[in-house]
Design a protein around this ligand. Structure first.
Ligand SMILES: NC(=O)c1ccc[n+]([C@@H]2O[C@H](COP(=O)([O-])OP(=O)(O)OC[C@H]3O[C@@H](n4cnc5c(N)ncnc54)[C@H](O)[C@@H]3O)[C@@H](O)[C@H]2O)c1
Length: 279
């Protein structure tokens, strides 16, 4: 049975090879209207991401909209900081004003990996707070504003992109791991609070996924050495399927959770890591 055309909104879509852009492309290919969002049009570069990691003509969410439209889809973009309440409300209002409602919310935006990264004895408490503000408060504010729109429509899908770090911790990354555990707990709680209104909420927990961000983090760890995909595959021998994941692997799981087929899947944490963590 063909999926109904829905209105979807995906946060954190500013980078061409990020997970957010892959999710937007997949939902658009599945026939949905897609609103793509980021704090800045081209996204926030992590401190170790080289400036030349993105093509010069890439205009972030605007380029992504042009790409989706060229492929026959309907899309629009909006910028804003999800951790600011008025921005979160404005972003959701954009979907309603421009496209007539909101059915699918994908909370993909996340704090830069290096923010708050470091030894427990050294981590700056202000950086810890900012990671929590983006990942937990931002996800909460977006979910809250979306719930107000979805409830009267009696149908909705909320998908939070968490991380395996939220289940098993992450070395030198207290803030990131704690925030992702919070993102999982938000999905579990919304499953209870919104399930009776026809709205499901689930978390997706990616493991090691190839993006510019992860490749440059590996390069930093290796003292600035050039890390290509072949080298990265060799450095991930503990992934049972024998390779790191792609943004499209995550997008495929999101597409399932966003569909009518996932109507009875609610409050779950779907791990997308090639089998490293088996729960
Ligand atoms: N890449 C991986 O291996 C991996 C693994 C597990 C989980 N994740 C999660 O997947 C998501 C996407 O990660 P990615 O690897 O594509 O990284 P990414 O840096 O490409 O994507 C994150 C995006 O969020 C945006 N953002 C940051 N703060 C924001 C704010 N306050 N408001 C709006 N947008 C904001 C950034 O500008 C960026 O474009 C993140 O939540 C990340 O934690 C990634």
């Amino acid at each position: 049975m063909a999926e109904q055309r829905r209105i979807a909104l995906v946060t954190g879509c500013g980078k061409p090879d990020g997970i957010g852009a892959a999710i937007a492309r997949r939902l658009s290919a599945d026939g949905h209207v897609v609103v793509v969002v980021d704090i800045e049009a081209t996204g926030v570069r992590d401190s170790h991401e080289p400036a030349d990691s993105v093509a010069q003509d890439w205009r972030g969410v605007e380029s992504l909209v042009a790409e989706l439209e060229a492929a026959g889809g309907a899309a629009s973009s909006v910028t804003g900081d999800i951790s600011v309440e008025s921005d979160a409300e404005r972003i959701i209002a954009h979907a309603v004003d421009r496209h007539g409602g909101l059915d699918i919310l994908v909370n993909n935006a996340g704090a830069p990996f290096s923010l708050g990264h470091g030894d427990i004895a050294e981590v700056d408490a202000g950086e810890f707070d900012r990671v929590m503000a983006i990942n937990v408060r931002g996800t909460f504010l977006m979910g809250q504003a979306a719930a107000r729109v979805m409830r009267p429509r009696k149908w909705g899908r909320i998908i939070n992109i968490a991380s395996v770090a939220g289940r098993q911790g992450s070395r030198l990354n207290s803030a990131y791991a704690a925030s992702k555990a919070g993102v999982i707990a938000l999905a579990q709680t919304w499953a209870l609070d919104l399930g009776p209104d026809g709205i499901t909420a689930n978390a997706v927990l990616p493991g090691f996924i190839f993006t510019t961000r992860t490749l440059s983090a590996m390069s930093k760890k290796a003292g600035g050495a050039d890390i290509d995909r072949t080298a990265a595959v060799k450095s991930a021998p503990n992934i049972p399927v024998g390779r790191p994941g792609s943004p499209e692997d995550v997008a495929a799981t999101v597409a399932f959770l966003a569909s009518d087929h996932a109507a009875f899947t609610n409050g779950q944490s779907l791990i997308v890591d090639g089998g490293s963590l088996r729960l």
